[in-house]
Design a protein. Structure first.
Length: 550
């Protein structure tokens, strides 16, 4: 017998001995005559019982449990069905130990690691070094929460970082709708409980401050809405309590106004109910609520310049007819489409430089949304990053006032890694609140600020700045948020390849003209830095958000 063959047999014997396998089984390894017992082939171990290979199950061999996969290969140094098997293949039955780095579980020679492990009926999570972890843990497909003792939570609510979460009976983090205690709740894609308005499956829902879904009549932001028995917001005609109401495309009930619906004019009282069989000023509405036109009457006009409704949509009546295109009304700029329908919203953007003392006044004045600076990067060579000190206060008060919110990061990134770091900073701020608008990258070239500082991006080329922008925006998109880009026409044509940006991400255009001259497409337009808004001391940036415009 050759020396090589002898050494091979000795190594096999040594391994079998470590497994606690009787020496007589070695005959099968050597000659495979009966195919009964342990067999080492193709770099792994197999086990035969009277000629049948063990597979796809656990087996008790010599008082120890082993697992064999579909191909009959013995599991080694891995987790199977939540149990850890050692390098020698047997299920680890051990004890808890602790050292200066933390808790671990093992039998002295082996230890649990790399994922969830069930110990005495309770699941724990161990890292690749074998140490028990607490808090949120990701196993490659799902999130789990381990309490301070390391035990996995199941079928319960938990509070973490100021937000509420729910874990299912198998311990996985819940997302989407949840029925708990007979009430419905909504958990976003990050598992956090949402409150306020929620869009799901193309329909709008509203949950109160405790997160419970509401039904029936709802008053929020000074407007009335109706949520049906399934919780979804109603639009169009609604009959409630024997009266008819009209809920516009945003779900808000019409009040104290005329509205043309399906070619017919109707009037809605102060309580929102449709008027019938009565005179409204010089106009009469019949039993079905329709305005009855006489021979000397003309199509409805409010008589004075002002806001009105037509087919359930807002219009602005002037002495020359319906406003179309851009029009400044009471200090705010609006855009009306070719039919005279309002096709824009009023917005502002703010940072710690602004003094906002009453967001309710801001909302009441006609502002629909606010974009809050979450963070920024300094001009210095080191590129230090800062959180906006008023961010949390602004976001809480704006949302409580019923304003839609988005955020922006003022960027001075000159490398892709810096841009991704900036994006992650903004994402972490965004996770505290539910956003209605994108996370914007505010990319500006600062040649000289008021203190004589020059921005970091002045000498960075167009190709590199385009890569930097893509790095930030893709990082935001990959985190599940809408990513937007802020710039002006000059820098869009010289500092980045705008076609690569604006056709993939919504553009927030900065241009202080009465009407933009930029030829590309954009969704948002910052038209002034000198706006005056009730509830804010000093000037503020003014914006238009278009419904469908480029």
């Amino acid at each position: 017998m050759s020396l090589k063959r002898v050494l091979t047999i000795l190594l096999v014997c040594a391994f079998l001995s470590s497994l606690g396998i009787h020496q007589s089984l070695l005959e099968n390894v050597h000659g495979y005559s009966n195919q009964n017992g342990w067999v080492y082939q193709f770099g792994t171990w197999y086990y035969y019982m009277n000629g049948t290979m063990a597979s796809n199950n656990w087996y008790n061999i010599g008082g120890k449990y082993y697992y064999f996969n579909y191909n009959g290969e013995m599991a080694s140094d891995e987790i199977v069905d939540g149990w850890y098997v050692t390098k020698s293949g047997h299920w680890l039955v051990g004890n808890w130990y602790r050292n200066e780095y933390g808790w671990w579980y093992g039998n002295g020679g082996s230890y649990a690691r790399n994922g969830l492990v069930r110990i005495n009926g309770t699941y724990y999570y161990f890292d690749n070094y074998g140490y028990m972890r607490t808090g949120w843990q990701w196993d490659g497909s799902d999130w789990y929460y381990m309490n301070s003792s390391g035990a996995m939570l199941r079928n319960t609510w938990l509070s973490h970082g100021g937000r509420w979460y729910f874990v299912n009976s198998d311990g996985t983090m819940r997302t989407g709708w949840l029925n708990s205690g007979g009430r419905w709740y909504y958990l976003n894609s990050y598992g956090a409980l949402e409150t306020g308005w929620i869009k799901s499956g193309g329909r709008w829902y509203y949950t109160n401050s405790s997160g419970a879904m509401q039904t029936g009549w709802l008053n929020t932001g000074g407007r009335w809405y109706f949520l049906n028995s399934s919780g979804s917001m109603e639009t169009g005609w609604l009959k409630s309590g024997g009266r008819w109401y009209w809920m516009n495309s945003s779900g808000a009930m019409l009040q104290n106004t005329w509205s043309q619906i399906g070619g017919t004019w109707y009037y809605f009282e102060s309580d929102g109910s449709m008027a019938s069989n009565k005179w409204i000023g010089n106009y009469f509405v019949n039993s079905s609520g329709a305005w009855v036109q006489s021979s000397n009457s003309q199509s409805y006009s409010s008589g004075n310049e002002g806001w009105s409704t037509r087919n359930g949509r807002r219009v602005y009546v002037t002495k020359y007819g319906l406003a179309k295109g851009f029009k400044d009304i009471n200090g705010y700029r609006y855009y009306f489409d070719s039919n005279g329908y309002l096709a824009s919203s009023v917005g502002i953007d703010i940072s710690s430089h602004n003094d906002v003392y009453d967001f309710n006044q801001v909302k009441k004045s006609g502002v629909d949304y606010v974009i809050v600076r979450s963070s920024c990067t300094g001009y210095g060579a080191e590129g230090r990053k800062f959180l906006d000190r008023k961010y949390d206060d602004f976001m809480r008060r704006a949302k409580n006032a019923g304003l839609k919110v988005g955020i922006y990061h003022f960027s001075q990134a000159i490398t892709e890694d810096e841009a991704r770091e900036e994006a992650r900073m903004a994402i972490n701020q965004a996770r505290k609140y539910s956003l209605d608008l994108p996370i914007f990258m505010d990319m500006e070239v600062v040649w000289r600020d008021g203190n004589g500082y020059t921005g970091r991006t002045v000498s960075t080329g167009r190709d590199q700045m385009t890569k930097v922008a893509h790095a930030f925006l893709s990082e935001v998109r990959n985190a599940g948020y809408t990513a937007g880009f802020y710039s002006n026409p000059s820098e869009l044509s010289t500092r980045v390849h705008d076609a690569q940006i604006v056709y993939n991400y919504p553009l927030w255009l900065a241009q202080y003209y009465y009407k933009p001259t930029y030829r590309g497409q954009y969704k948002y337009w910052q038209y002034s830095s000198k706006g005056s808004v009730p509830g804010i001391r000093g000037n503020v940036d003014m914006n238009v958000m278009f419904d469908n415009f480029q």
